[in-house]
Design a protein. Structure first.
Length: 799
């Protein structure tokens, strides 16, 4: 017995030592936020103070040192996230994650092929180039001095990060641009659906669909339907791995002096993106003689993309800009590397790429480029080209100096300065903004091609020369607005151009629900303060439910209902349309929305295209449903599997009954137990936590029961599927700026500043975010120094 006893004691001691060693190692990966360091590469001394949430406030005597320090701080907090993002943009994920990521690497290398590194880098303004280079030096200083204490993710995957370069920051921006793009997904899906259901029915699914497209290419020869699945799968996989799924939405509004209690502009913004841990956004504050700016940055970039300085505030909303077109290229049957243009055959440019694959050697492939851009149908290795290829033309190729716009807006002093910056910051975004002089404004940033004779909604012939871009709309012609009479500006990804605007911006605008609700709230009161904007950002009223619940009730008027169904209908009748997590009615309605989409679209589209249609850009199917319901009649309401012809009331009634059956199976027979938060939960995933439940216990946050829904002002998106957990986006950063008193300004992240799960700043903002609360947004040094938890002084090398 004694031997056994001592053996157990010995085992426990060994386990304790092992646990202590692991804990000690994990603690060693935490960066040192305090102290004094002598740093090669600095010009002057830099002070970095971090507040009680770990956010860095950088005080530097010059811009070089400030951006160097920002690179250092981001590397301290987000190095693994930065490395994943640059690898995605460069097409190098398979090196560390294996063969399943090869198709993602092929996609992003193909997209990047139209942007030669040397060409792009040479076109960046000196300000942008110098900023990126200083930032890279700061990242590399961290790597050089902390190679033995890198984040645990590198140890788990068994590799060390390479030095950072200025082009790596460009790759991060490219990845952000691509994942926010709607044309990438939707135009190919359009064509695939036409191939499946025909032109007439597809017209209803895409509303402005132009007629006559099938005649361009003989039936069965168009590669688009074959390419769409491979292309869309690669985009979706990239989003799942990096926690940045394609698409995005946002709210932004600003009121002028006439609508604010203080007599100064009041501003609010919250981009809606897929929530991940660490957050997509990094928070920081830079103070130099040329700027004093704070706000949201993307890890890997040195500039504030949305925030405020002492003179202006600005935020970003997604424009859903159509900044890519697809061209069908006619291939020479005797030379598959040449294609027709007008009366001649032109040779494709060939770029050979080698992808290193973890555990599987190397994979070689070719990227082919036409005059219109890279050929993307080679992404589908299972299909051979049948006379045509599909090439993509990108707006980004023609606007390589966006960094100058970000550099300028960080230093802006007036609304005119912001508008000047907007002329450079070409991306698929809008800016909404205000200045200290009382001005408010809005600017669409994207480059708008002058398309003659086509809209860009579908692939067009590349061989006839009739579908070329004839330059771009000038900055002066871009949609913009300054100081409107109503005293406020709203953008919730809604349509921005007037009806007579002569150019196509996009066909993929968001549903009007959030815009309508924000406008309602801004018209309910004469004047507003910061607390009002807090409530508005937390609002969960469902405008769509307010429209559709009466129709559901009407459709069930002569339908026999069970006791359970009557109880569920009673919940809808008595509902105030707010989607609270402890309410029953939002559960019934949101599940109903799922079945309404399924019962309308799935049988004709088939499971594959239906999945892409409803989980890609959710705005499209629900804009279409709204349109079909307003019309009252459509072939989409008819079930092709029955003899009778179903109409709107039939599909509404069936969807309601299906939803109650689902909820009884999921939550039980007592309707009062069908609380929305029971099935509508938020888990914020780390890339490792998605694949491994064990690692998820350490890296993931949640699950948390939450309110809101897909189209509420406070959004909590879910996929149109049988799971109602939050997927695909929520408020990724909130900030409210009060020009009357900047100390009243507020900010919050859904997570924390650090990407290290051992850090107290990994998740120290999540409870505030869930409760709709905020932390201070401060710019003045006096206010900053009231909350200092860490202080690091970095001194240049003498001599």
């Amino acid at each position: 017995m004694k031997a056994v006893k001592w053996s157990l004691v010995g085992l426990l001691v060994i386990l304790a030592i092992g646990v202590a060693a692991i804990y000690g190692y994990l603690r060693s990966t935490l960066p040192d936020y305090s102290g004094i360091q002598t740093v090669p590469g600095l010009i002057n001394e830099v002070e970095i103070v971090r507040d009680s949430f770990g956010m860095p406030h950088i005080y530097a005597a010059n811009d070089h040192d400030a951006y160097f320090s920002m690179g250092f701080c981001q590397a301290q907090d987000r190095l693994f996230q930065m490395d994943l993002a640059r690898r995605a943009g460069l097409g190098r994920l398979a090196e560390i994650l294996g063969e399943s990521l090869v198709k993602v690497d092929k996609l992003f290398r193909t997209l990047r092929a139209a942007l030669p590194q040397d060409d792009w880098y040479g076109k960046i303004s000196p300000e942008g180039r110098n900023s990126l280079e200083a930032f890279a030096k700061g990242v590399n200083y961290f790597l050089e001095t902390n190679d033995a204490s890198l984040p645990i993710e590198f140890k788990i995957l068994g590799y060390a990060p390479e030095p950072w370069s200025a082009f790596d920051s460009m790759a991060v921006m490219l990845y952000m641009d691509w994942t926010m793009n709607y044309a990438f997904k939707t135009e190919l899906l359009h064509a695939a659906i036409i191939d499946r259901v025909g032109e007439k029915m597809a017209h209803e699914l895409f509303i402005d669909y132009p007629t006559g497209f099938p005649a361009i290419v003989p039936e069965g020869e168009d590669p688009t339907a074959r390419i769409a699945p491979a292309y869309l799968d690669a985009l979706q996989l990239a989003g799942r791995v990096l926690g940045f799924e394609a698409g995005g939405a946002s709210n932004g509004w600003v009121v002028s002096a006439q609508k604010s209690i203080s007599g100064k502009p009041l501003f609010a913004n919250d981009p809606h993106l897929n929530l991940s841990i660490p957050s997509i956004w990094y928070e920081g504050h830079i103070s130099t003689p040329s700027m004093n700016v704070s706000g949201a940055l993307v890890a890997g970039l040195p500039f504030v993309l949305g925030g405020a300085n002492e003179h202006v505030a600005w935020g970003v909303t997604n424009s859903h800009h159509d900044d890519a077109d697809f061209y069908l290229e006619k291939i020479n049957p005797e030379d598959l590397n040449s294609y027709r243009y007008l009366d001649r055959w032109e040779q494709m440019k060939i770029k050979r790429e080698v992808i290193k694959v973890k555990g599987a050697g190397e994979i070689s492939f070719e990227i082919k480029l036409t005059r219109h851009g890279p050929v993307i149908d080679d992404l589908n290795k299972h299909e051979k080209r049948k006379g045509f290829a599909l090439a993509m033309r990108l707006v980004r190729v023609d606007f390589l100096n966006a960094f100058k716009g970000y550099w300028l807006v960080n230093r802006a002093k007036t609304i005119k300065d912001i508008e000047e910056a907007a002329g450079y910051a070409k991306s698929g975004q809008n800016w909404i903004y205000a200045d200290e002089n009382g001005n408010i404004g809005f600017y669409f940033l994207g480059g708008i091609p002058k398309r003659k004779g086509f809209t860009g909604e579908l692939p067009v012939p590349g061989w006839d020369g009739k579908h070329e871009w004839e330059g771009y709309v000038s900055n002066r012609e871009q949609p913009h607005l300054r100081n409107p009479k109503q005293g406020f500006i709203i953008n919730a990804n809604n349509k921005i151009e007037p009806e007579d605007y002569p150019y196509v911006i996009t066909k993929y605008y968001a549903t009007p629900d959030r815009f309508v609700r924000i406008q309602e709230m801004l018209e309910e009161k004469e004047r507003f303060g910061p607390e009002d904007f807090e409530k508005m950002l937390a609002d969960t009223l469902m405008v769509m439910a307010r429209e559709w619940v009466p129709l559901i009730v009407k459709s069930l008027k002569d339908v026999e209902l069970s006791i359970r169904e009557k109880d569920a209908l009673k919940q809808l009748r008595e509902w105030d349309y707010f989607a609270g997590k402890n309410e029953v009615a939002p559960t019934v309605f949101n599940v109903f929305m799922n079945y309404l989409a399924e019962n309308t679209f799935k049988k004709r589209l088939g499971p594959d295209l239906y999945e892409y249609y409803v989980t890609g850009d959710k705005n499209i199917p629900f804009n279409v449903l709204r349109e079909l319901i307003q019309k009252g009649e459509s072939s989409w309401f008819d079930d092709p599997g029955t003899q009778r012809k179903e109409g709107l009331n039939d599909v509404l009634a069936k969807s309601f009954k299906d939803s109650t059956t689902f909820l009884e199976e999921k939550l039980g027979g007592n309707v009062r137990d069908w609380k929305w938060g029971k099935i509508h939960t938020l888990t914020i995933y780390h890339p490792f936590g998605k694949k491994s439940p064990l690692l998820g216990k350490f890296f993931n946050l949640g699950p948390y029961p939450v309110g809101g829904s897909i189209f509420t002002v406070n959004p909590t998106y879910f996929k149109i599927s049988k799971s109602f957990a939050v997927q695909g986006g929520a408020s990724s950063f909130r900030h409210i700026i009060d020009f009357a008193d900047m100390t009243n300004s507020k900010r919050i992240l859904p997570g924390g500043i650090s990407g290290n799960f051992m850090s107290p700043h990994y998740d120290d903002q999540i409870e505030l975010w869930l409760a709709g609360r905020y932390r201070p947004f401060v710019l003045g040094r006096k206010e900053v120094m009231k909350d200092v938890r860490y202080r690091l002084t970095m001194k240049p090398v003498k001599g």
